[in-house]
Design a protein around this ligand. Structure first.
Ligand SMILES: C[S@@+](CC[C@H](N)C(=O)[O-])C[C@H]1O[C@@H](n2cnc3c(N)ncnc32)[C@H](O)[C@@H]1O
Length: 276
């Protein structure tokens, strides 16, 4: 823990207890947009395509891959990655090689990640608790899953001040706005371009209620955001226009057929969207 505090300190960060959220990371200096706040290799990771892999186990690139001839599950782009992964892979390799072909084909990324985590903990005799992150490429296509112990201490907000990105397996947290000293680092665990109802649904898997500025908006502000993000469909007489907030700020008007909808109508539409 002391080592972690020192490492965080050198990056202008500190671990803090955040009311209602448990631990969190706060800044001990200012950051500007684009600054890398923290970067980390995963403690353990597994590519998405386990059996018919097109990703190197070591660096997550997809060039010049060769399969491990013993287990036929792990793929490597060259000797460097194969060597760097060998200490861990030699343990899982035996287990994977002993699997029947049909069983091996059923292996998922999550199962492999769990096996690797247990083996790594045995190797290093370490205590570890952290959440898994989906590793994505530049176009947000999921490549695999990884465990990033320090990045895992960052709490969620639907109005985040930072973003988690990946370069192959390396996770980077970058500031997306000016962050002053003493501010909590916040990333979004979910797609932020979604309505409050959708975000709440997406956050259920994390077992907490977000109390950020967007999640605590009043009904009127929430409906306005929903209309902008998902655009309530007019559907009046088969009109396929969208209902947009009218200038009186009280009702919505269809941008195509011009029909007015009052707040009660909109509330009904909003509820039917949320229940779908
Ligand atoms: C990746 S961990 C973040 C670090 C965590 N706070 C800790 O103490 O280890 C995710 C967990 O933190 C808590 N958390 C994250 N963001 C939160 C928020 N905005 N409000 C309340 N709890 C939050 C939830 O318990 C969530 O399951």
């Amino acid at each position: 823990m002391e080592n972690l505090q020192r490492a965080l300190e050198s990056r202008g960060l500190a671990l803090a207890s955040i009311p209602g959220k448990g631990r969190g990371l706060v800044t001990t200096r200012d950051f500007v947009p684009g600054d890398v706040i923290i970067f980390q290799e995963p403690y353990a990771s597994a590519p998405n395509k386990v059996y018919t892999s097109s990703i190197c186990d070591g660096c997550f690139t997809s060039n010049n891959l060769r399969k491990c001839s013993a287990c036929k599950v792990a793929w490597y782009c060259g000797n460097t990655c194969q060597r760097s992964e060998w200490k861990l892979h030699q343990l899982e390799c035996k287990a994977l090689a002993s699997l029947r072909d049909d069983r091996r084909k059923l292996l998922t990324s999550t199962v492999r990640l769990m096996v690797r985590l247990i083996l790594k903990k045995q190797l290093q005799n370490e205590q570890l608790s952290c959440n898994a992150h989906t590793i994505c490429d530049d176009e947000l296509r999921p490549l695999g899953t990884g465990l990033y112990p320090v990045i895992s201490m960052i709490n969620h907000s639907c109005v985040p001040n930072s973003i988690l990105m990946f370069e192959y397996r390396m996770g980077f947290v970058r500031a997306t706005e000016p962050i002053t000293k003493g501010t909590e680092i916040l990333i979004s665990y979910i797609e932020t371009a979604a309505t409050t109802a959708t975000r709440k649904k997406d956050l259920k898997q994390y077992f907490f209620t977000c109390t950020c500025a967007r999640c605590t908006k009043n009904l009127h502000e929430e409906l306005e955001e929903t209309a902008i993000l998902e655009g309530f469909r007019c559907r009046d007489n088969q009109c396929n226009g969208f209902l947009i907030l009218a200038s009186d700020n009280q009702s919505f008007t269809c941008q195509k057929c011009g029909i007015f909808r009052d707040m009660q109508d909109i509330e009904k539409i909003s509820k039917s969207v949320a229940w779908r």
